[in-house]
Design a protein around this ligand. Structure first.
Ligand code: ADP
Length: 473
């Protein structure tokens, strides 16, 4: 089976969120079970700088907006997955991140930037591809490649497509006049097409035109069929019936391994749990929390957006500290949430530490050093940190939603609460403190979490079965 996996970010080349973790790991896991999966990525400067070599293999002169681009061939560093990079300097060679400039504003030409990526994905999947390698299936991810199934179908090509939604909250919405710039026919601008409440939505296009829609956990696949998590797409998604499925993400069990994590100065396994206390001590020293062996240390790592429920933590944090808990927070995002987190840390020096920013090493040290991990997300398509936490023996406290509900077993591997309100979180924290006072039971919970298998092998097998069924159909 040959699969073209089109995405706008993939580790270790470029990352803004969970999409990069999936795109960085799933293609390699698919190849390991015999699926010839190859990546397509935009040629951001960060991507090109990290590639040892690139070789031009095709050029396109008639892309939307009159854009010309080269297709470069390379391999994904570390894992050797064949990689196609779309080199279009006018679109991708600029300062800032993949979607936003250095001041945090969306690039003004994002519609064109990702329409071009989608168009190239569609061409590579079509009969008219300039490459000798022809994928059996085009697999697209999130709004940035959502137009690809539309371009393919509207050109009359019937090559099967899969659209994976990593987060339905990002829908790639642009004003209707964008349509003509993107070489899309006017008739496609309808409810049965890519129109979305009077605008154009790249994500809706992908959901509508793709043969199969997947999302990253079974629970989220059910939740998005109705309000409120359907976020306006619920009608379309409910109509997909069994063609919408949830496949739980895996985690990179090499990068996230408490027995051999290069970001740590300590190591432990389920058999040497006592050594986790070295990680806790080192973390406290690093972020300035006071030594206190009786105090449970709560960690939280998240983009600081309303989705992640940081406000729930803020509303119970003073009580948590009052009861003797400590809190280590890492994240960056909305300025007002950042300010509230900073203020919390200032109110409780030595007991609450906040690091505003993106710091991969510190994220590993919090996972290893904390006793408890807070993940009160209002919604969570899959979530990675709760799985890292389970693997690190760091007991997760999660809201019963999406992938959190599918990965944490209440009372067995962690604590699951609902609804997403401060009172429910407060009750869960109460249960944490109760168990904390019973070390044997606490350690049993740590070990139960550490025994879970969240490897990509499992997820890759599920994707391969989906591809197989699509080709069979
Ligand atoms: P999302 O994709 O919604 O951001 P996930 O839990 O699926 O949430 O994935 C987030 C990933 O980004 C995790 O690997 C998490 O550790 C990482 N991350 C988020 N914020 C930070 C940060 N400030 N510093 C380091 N890593 C972070």
């Amino acid at each position: 089976m040959q699969i073209l996996f089109a995405t706008s970010e993939a580790l270790p080349l470029i990352k803004t969120g969970g999409l990069a973790d999936v795109s960085g790991a799933l293609p390699a896991a698919l190849r390991a079970i015999g699926v010839d999966c190859r990546l397509l990525l935009p040629g951001y400067p960060a991507v090109l700088a990290k590639l040892k070599y690139t070789r031009p293999v095709a050029r396109f002169d008639d892309l939307p907006g009159g854009v010309a681009a080269r297709l470069l061939e390379s391999v994904q560093p570390g894992v050797g997955v064949p990689l196609y990079v779309l080199d279009a300097p006018d679109l991708y060679d600029r300062a800032g991140g993949p979607y936003q400039d250095a001041t945090g504003h969306d690039h003004a030409d994002n519609a064109l930037r990702f329409a071009v990526l989608s168009q190239v994905a569609a061409r590579l999947a079509s009969l008219g591809s300039p490459l000798a390698w022809h994928p059996d299936i085009l697999h697209c991810n999130d709004w940035q490649t959502g137009l690809a199934p539309a371009y393919l179908r509207l050109s009359g090509d019937l090559r099967p497509t899969v659209m994976t939604v990593h987060n339905l909250a990002y829908q790639g919405i642009f004003p209707p006049h964008t349509l003509s710039l993107l070489n899309l026919p006017a008739h496609a601008f309808s409810i049965a097409g890519l129109e979305y409440y009077g605008n154009l939505s790249f994500l809706k296009a992908g959901l509508y035109y793709a043969d199969r829609v997947t999302t990253v956990s079974p629970s989220y696949a059910e939740e998005i069929r109705s309000e409120p998590l359907g976020m306006g797409m619920q009608g379309l998604l409910a109509g997909k019936g069994e063609h919408l499925v949830g496949i739980l993400n895996g985690i990179d069990t090499d990068a996230w391994n408490p027995a051999a994590d290069p970001f740590l100065g300590c190591a432990y396994t389920a058999e040497t749990l006592a050594d986790k206390s070295h990680c806790k001590r080192a973390l406290r020293r690093e972020i300035g929390l006071v030594e206190d062996d009786t105090a449970p240390l709560f960690g939280m790592i998240a983009r600081m957006t309303p989705q992640k429920g940081m406000d729930l933590v803020l509303s119970i944090a003073d009580e948590l500290v009052g009861r003797g808990g400590q809190l280590a927070m890492l994240g960056t995002g909305d300025r007002d949430i950042e300010a509230a987190v900073r203020a919390l840390a200032q109110r409780h020096p030595g007991h609450v530490a906040a690091h505003i920013g993106y710091d991969e090493g510190l994220s590993h040290r919090i996972e290893a050093g904390a006793d408890v991990f807070l993940m009160p997300s209002r919604f969570e398509p899959c979530g990675l940190n709760q799985m890292y936490s389970l693997r690190y023996g760091t007991v997760p406290v999660v809201h019963a939603t999406g992938g959190l509900r599918d990965t944490v077993d209440d009372g067995v591997t962690g604590f699951v609460f609902a609804p997403a309100e401060a009172d429910a979180l407060r009750d869960a924290i109460e249960r944490v403190f109760d168990l904390w006072r019973r070390p044997a039971q606490w350690q049993a919970m740590m070990r139960a979490g550490m025994r879970q298998d969240f490897s990509w092998r499992r997820s890759a097998a599920a994707y391969a079965a989906l591809y197989q069924s699509l080709l069979g159909a």
